[in-house]
Design a binder for this molecule. Sequence first.
Ligand code: ATP
Ligand code: MG
Length: 285
Amino acid sequence: MSFIEVRNVSFGYGRKTPFEVQALKDVSFSIEKGECVSVIGHTGSGKSTLMQMLNALIKPESGEILLDGKDINENKKTEAAARFRVGLCFQYPEYQLFGETCFEDIAFGPKNMGLHEDEIKRRVSLAADFVGLSKEKLSASPFDLSGGQKRRCAIAGVMAMLPEVLILDEPTAGLDPSGRDRVLEIIKKYRENTGATVILVTHSMEIAACVSDRILVLRKGEVACFGTPSEIFSRGEELIEMGLNVPSFTKIIIALKKKGFDVNEVYTIDDAASEIKKLLKGAGV
Ligand SMILES: Nc1ncnc2c1ncn2[C@@H]1O[C@H](COP(=O)(O)OP(=O)(O)OP(=O)(O)O)[C@@H](O)[C@H]1O
Ligand SMILES: [Mg+2]
């Protein structure tokens, strides 16, 4: 049995209204403990709905979600437990900052968990450390932070609960390249330090290719495919049909191949580097 098992899950919004939308249709997949999975899909394909389901914020209409072998929606207790074990960082989480200080914001989750005051302090300082927020910033208002710092403060609020599964819904959206790299580094560090399972929703094919063990592709509420970056990005034409793409380094290699260079199509950044090295060596550089 896998750590997370999603079995035949379906869900619709606005049932029995003219606005009815089938957001997820018979979705099944499983994720192993410690894996990093990216979720990609055209806008409206059901990514955010699925993420909210994984931490019991939305209940499947049919099907079930098992965490460590137990149905997370079995009763109120299992739902509450799932919310702490599975930390969800929403799209644009900084819009949900509310505290007078960053400390207060980051402490919100640990407080809800009913932890002792000393433990709350320890968790806040640990999470601030993970995201690189200084002690001075902890006593500042979150509204005085820069955009990137606000995003990191919001991520720290989820990390402070030390979730075994960390879900981030488009954590790098709207950030500049250095802010984006910083957030990716933070996620990597959290994963290395805690052994957590990480699920990352992204519109960036490069991020999906570079950070994930496997990629889940959603199309109109259904699982289109689930596999390693190489397995997924070797299906370039199918992805383009779904409004997705292959990573830009794959496109460069394909363009070189079309120009007659002797290169193999590649789907990971390491393989792209090897192909380019091979070319340079062949050219005597
Ligand atoms: N609260 C809601 N009420 C009604 N319909 C909704 C609601 N949230 C999402 N939907 C609809 O459900 C479908 C799936 O939406 P969802 O937000 O899960 O997609 P997404 O893949 O996260 O999209 P995006 O890439 O734009 O974030 C879409 O058709 C969307 O319009
Ligand atoms: Mg979304």
